[in-house]
Design a protein around this ligand. Structure first.
Ligand SMILES: [Zn+2]
Length: 293
């Protein structure tokens, strides 16, 4: 499943590739991919003639700001001349990815939605397991009211709201493991299994520790580790475990080298002890029992 660094990599790719992409035609191949509005015709009509103006990310949500371009000539600055046309929001879930295609080809059977511009450039959304979703939220409507998962998200790991004091406050009474806490999107946005394991290793904290027993100096370390691990991973285009693909549809084995994730039975890079694996709340957890206390 793509986590924050992968989604951020996709966001940057979309921003680069889709400079001046005005949606002229949309084909929806699977209705359930459209989460809102309820009728896919409304989604299609609403997005027509929209410029994908600016891409943001919140947790694992991609949020495109839209401008309605009624006449063919784009006039700058857009803020002054163009009407806001709400937002296109995307969640890739398990296996969703975008592909940018310059000379259109026949879509594969996992193609869910196709967006075309006037030159027939295509932004194709492909999703094997089909859990991914898209919303068109018209201007004047509240994103947070319509997308519940977006409203309940905790702070971004890079924001100043996410520090040791915040963590101390939210975990002080929690008996859950720190691993489970890090996976909870309402506590911190965007961290999944890979980066939870890697951050805890880097901070020297056992994933099994009861959250409330973690001391302030350890939380400082943990916050730093999370930020470092995520930043490094964004710099290398994400890890490429899971089905993550970039806009060219690549799923190469480049990307961040992990220290514990999927290294069960291999030697710890720090102490040489063997990396272990066990489930925590249903998720495979990888750690070094010697380095993490
Ligand atoms: Zn070790």
């Amino acid at each position: 499943m793509p986590e924050l660094p992968e989604v951020e990599t996709v966001r940057r790719g979309l921003e680069q590739k889709l400079d001046k992409f005005i949606i002229k035609k949309i084909e929806v191949y699977r209705d359930s991919t459209v989460a809102y509005p309820k009728k896919k015709e409304e989604f299609i009509n609403g997005l027509q003639n929209s410029l994908l103006y600016k891409w943001d990310r919140r947790g694992k949500y991609l949020i495109a700001e839209l401008k309605k371009i009624e006449n063919e000539n784009i006039r700058f600055p857009l803020e002054k001349y163009s009407n806001n046309n709400g937002f296109l929001v995307v969640h890739l879930r398990m296996t969703g990815y975008f592909k940018f295609i310059e000379s259109s080809t026949h879509p594969c059977k996992h193609t869910r939605i196709r967006f075309f511009d006037e030159n027939n450039n295509e932004l194709r959304y492909i999703d094997v397991r089909s859990f991914g979703q898209m919303w068109w939220i018209n201007k004047g409507l509240s994103l947070n009211k319509i997308i519940k998962g977006l409203a309940s998200l905790g702070p971004e790991p890079f924001s100043k709201d996410f520090d040791e004091n915040y963590l101390k406050k939210v975990i002080s009474k929690r008996t859950k493991s720190i691993k489970a806490i890090l996976l909870d999107q309402t506590i911190v946005a965007g961290i999944g299994n890979i980066y939870a394991d890697e951050s805890l290793y880097s901070a020297g904290i056992s994933p099994f520790r009861e959250a409330r027993t973690i001391k302030k100096n350890e939380l400082i370390k943990l916050k730093e580790s999370i930020v470092n691990v995520l930043e490094k991973s964004i710099g290398s285009g994400g890890t490429t475990f899971s089905d993550f693909r970039d806009l060219e549809g690549e799923n190469g084995n480049f990307g961040l080298q992990t220290n514990v994730y999927r290294r069960t039975g291999k030697e710890c890079r720090r102490c040489g002890n063997l990396i272990e694996r066990q489930k925590i709340t249903g998720r495979s957890t990888h750690w070094c029992p010697k380095c993490q206390k």
